[in-house]
Design a protein around this ligand. Structure first.
Ligand code: 9UX
Length: 72
């Protein structure tokens, strides 16, 4: 069982910012895939909800200095 969400991310300036988020969120247990779109400031994330969740994802984004702006 897995779910896919689109999360709005603030504070990204360059392509390396997007890559940093992909690495951080992608390294969380239970995250299957992450694709960050710098232009639209969104991350499309597929994860296993029994293993991780939006609170963990939010923490991973904030820990490396970006803003988690919610799903949608
Ligand atoms: Mo690019 Mo982002 O030089 O924090 S990595 S601005």
């Amino acid at each position: 069982n897995e779910t896919t969400v689109n999360v709005k991310i603030g504070g990204m300036t360059c392509a390396s910012c997007a890559k940093a988020i992909e690495t951080a969120v992608g390294g969380l247990p239970g995250v299957k895939s992450v694709s960050v779109n710098l232009a639209t400031e969104t991350a499309r994330i597929t994860y296993v909800p029994d293993i991780t969740g939006l609170d963990e994802i939010r923490k991973a984004v904030e820990e490396i200095g970006y803003r988690y702006l919610g799903v949608g």
